[in-house]
Design a protein around this ligand. Sequence first.
Ligand SMILES: [Zn+2]
Length: 230
Amino acid sequence: MFLFTLTQEFVRQGTATESHAITLLRRAVRRGYDVEAAPDGSVAVNWTYRRFHPHDENRTLTEPRSLTLTPQILIRGLTETTRQDLELIQAAGDRARFETQSGRQVVTLGFHRIPPAASARLNERGFITDDHGRARLTLPALIAMHAQDHRTHTTIPQGWVRPSETGHASAAGLNRPGRRNGLLYSRTSAALCRCGDLSIHADTRDEARRRARDHRLTTTAQFIREALTT
Ligand SMILES: [Zn+2]
């Protein structure tokens, strides 16, 4: 279950089931809205609403609009071990079941099982849910795993550097404005993603941050289109 906040002319809040949330997200992607997944399992949707100004034919009013979906249990503690268990459950598909063994609830995966303490923890922390006896990953868990796979960062611009360090081997014009004692001022910043598909150098850190965000939006849209079905 998610809590949603829809900010239009008025702010509306309410709850959404997983299938309702998936419908909202798929619609947002179809409409080309900015959709970004977060590591706590929430999703932020942003778009611009345009309408004609009622008293001026040539003007269009633009208003920012947003929708946030926040899981009732925020995803925390998505460690490497937790991920391994979640990936086993996901790979097991319909074979992942909740069963009671010696009075304790465990997740069984065909011949394997998730130990009782770990099974209980995954359930209590909102990573998995009991879907008519089947153990399946919750939507917040899938969103959090996706966001973790695409965690981006940008590097701090180096500032004053020797030309050789930036790849500008030539010492020509070292005394021109913008240069000092043979040093060059570098504002360049790299944008990188954990998935390895984003590795670029931008002229400024703002530009690097924009490229990182673009990457997160693109991969989130792809995730919603390809991995989520109601
Ligand atoms: Zn990525």
